[in-house]
Design a protein around this ligand. Sequence first.
Ligand SMILES: C[S@@+](CC[C@H](N)C(=O)[O-])C[C@H]1O[C@@H](n2cnc3c(N)ncnc32)[C@H](O)[C@@H]1O
Length: 272
Amino acid sequence: MINLHAIKSLLKFYFASDTYYRVHSPFLFELLDNTLEDDRHYYIFEEIEALRKKLLNDHTILEIEDLGAGSKTTKNKQRSIKSIASSAVSPAYQSQFLYKLAQYLRAQNIVELGTSLGISALYLSAYSSKVNLFSLEGSKSILEVANNNFRSFNKKNISTLLGHFDETLPQAISNIDKLDMVYIDGNHAKKPTLKYFEECLDNIHDQSVLIFDDIYWSREMTAAWDVIKSNHMVRLSLDMYYFGIVFFNSNIKKKQDFKIVNAKFKPWQKFI
Ligand SMILES: C[S@@+](CC[C@H](N)C(=O)[O-])C[C@H]1O[C@@H](n2cnc3c(N)ncnc32)[C@H](O)[C@@H]1O
């Protein structure tokens, strides 16, 4: 089904966005230079992408519980691993950005809402064994596949929690001293997204970063993003179309909102 809101928003975003060439904030320029505009490729990327390829060819049918946006009650339905891998998992460029962001910010205590098959969790936890990632998933059969994937990567720094985010997010937070990074990639509706945001706000520090996936997936998600970036604790917001990211760094005296696109999509901005 064509998502008109997402298409219209993409056009608006493209025309309104800037590249890092036009960013005057030293904090943001450095961050983009080391993440979005950094084209270093790490060996682990190939290993994770090989797993994605395997999942994309896996016809095993799972009985899944859908706890996400749109389902008022828990619904059981059947889906192949192949179909989940092709439609519900962050693509390589987004996941690799997450790896670089975690690495650049030296995020150690990370929470992910929405494990799915484990692809983004593998990226988020890969830059150092010191990372302590809690990844939350509501669907038992999907989480079993993710846990197998983590075992095949011999991961010791990912803990998974099964259940509704309403229960598992407070559980994860209570196991962590300070929340360095949170990736919210599940239950894409306004009310729950704002609820998770509020819960995280009680546990952040100056260097924390919260990443919201799919902020233009629906009008509701865009409305949630508008509320999030306007929150008085947010010092800098970064709209990358597929992700909305907020920072709380108190050194940023004047609150700023940016829409940033990769420089390859507006190469002329290097000169004008
Ligand atoms: C988009 S997928 C996550 C993709 C994963 N982060 C990746 O990129 O590899 C979202 C996942 O969140 C789970 N989910 C959605 N709403 C949930 C809820 N309220 N509680 C627990 N899990 C939920 C779904 O079962 C789904 O597997």
